[in-house]
Design a protein. Structure first.
Length: 286
């Protein structure tokens, strides 16, 4: 099958972890019944987004000792027989006490395929306006991550990782056909850059890109932009939505990757005698 159906679950996330996990399960099953082969959950899908919540909701990410959210994700993938990009959860590394913002990917057999720790932490400090410093509580991951599916390899990034074109470039040059970003932009950066970043990463690298946000919660301290979006290798928006809870679907015509590369062959015309090849240096997991 060269046209898998991708589904982005723009989940309404609340304060109760068990409710978030149950809602995620019902949405993943709904997507699978609608024909999805790959399903994506949003950044921080088991916990409200905010540095004050990370420690309280954190879990160990070790498939040999699966914690509550890992068990739920594995079961969801297996029950719905999909490739599941499990958004992200706050991860606790028991040996060090360090916290990470971590995405796990699951196969239709319920086995863990990959784990990505957000590598670029989001720190902003506008005096008198907004202070949000992930680095005060989180540690960054130190590896780029990709995972294999029957339709090709996909690279992973989380939210702010989207702003760093090198990550997507390295993935594409190493043969990935798409980048998947669980993310939660806010109501300022969302309208400015969310779609533009996805289209830019898709255009420069001639790959599919998709970003999955939580739904906006007007009572939350962090107002997510929503607008989960799927973009094709021509940088055309295939599917998107507003800020409410929803599932965004699109079939991915995998033949488009080769088609756009034949018509605009930038991938074979680079001048590494004039500038470096970023893919020659990046460190990749999996
Ligand atoms: C969203 O984040 C940006 C920085 O990335 C900040 O400038 C802006 O004030 C924030 N907007 C809201 C509504 O919090
Ligand atoms: C927001 O809070 C108000 C007042 O507590 C409540 O009535 C409303 O249902 C809440 N909305 C959401 C989306 O949780």
């Amino acid at each position: 099958m060269s046209k898998p159906k991708l589904a982005l679950v723009q989940l309404a996330v609340g304060a109760k972890k068990a409710v978030n996990l149950a809602n995620a399960r019902s949405k993943v099953l709904e997507a699978s019944k609608a024909g999805a082969n790959m399903v994506v959950l949003p950044e921080c899908f088991n916990s409200p987004y905010g540095t004050q919540y990370f420690a309280q909701y954190a879990e160990e990410v070790d498939s040999k000792r699966p914690s509550e959210s890992l068990k739920a994700l594995s079961a969801m993938a297996q029950e719905s027989k999909v490739y599941l990009v499990g958004g992200s959860i706050p991860e606790l590394e028991p040996d060090t006490g360090n916290l990470f913002n971590t995405c796990t990917v699951w196969g239709p057999d319920g086995l863990l395929l990959a784990k990505h720790r957000k590598v670029h932490l989001f720190d902003i400090d506008f005096p008198g306006k907004i202070v949000f410093k992930e680095s005060e509580v989180l540690k960054p991951g130190n590896a780029l991550t990709e995972f294999a599916t029957p339709w090709g390899k996909f690279g992973l990034g989380i939210c702010y990782d989207m702003r760093f074109p090198e990550m997507a470039m390295v993935a594409a040059r190493r043969g990935c056909v798409g980048m998947i970003y669980p993310g939660a932009f806010n109501t300022t950066t969302g309208p400015l850059h969310w779609e533009l970043l996805l289209r830019a990463r898709a255009m420069d690298n001639q790959i599919f890109t998709a970003a999955c946000s939580p739904a906006r919660d007007l009572n939350a301290t962090y107002q997510a932009w929503g607008h989960s979006t799927i973009v094709d290798p021509y940088a055309r928006v295939l599917a998107t939505t507003n800020e409410a809870e929803n599932i965004v679907y699109s079939d991915l015509d995998m033949d488009l990757v080769d088609e756009v590369r034949r018509s605009v062959p930038i991938n074979t015309q680079r001048r590494f005698d004039l500038y470096p090849d970023v893919a020659a240096t990046g460190h990749t997991d999996e």
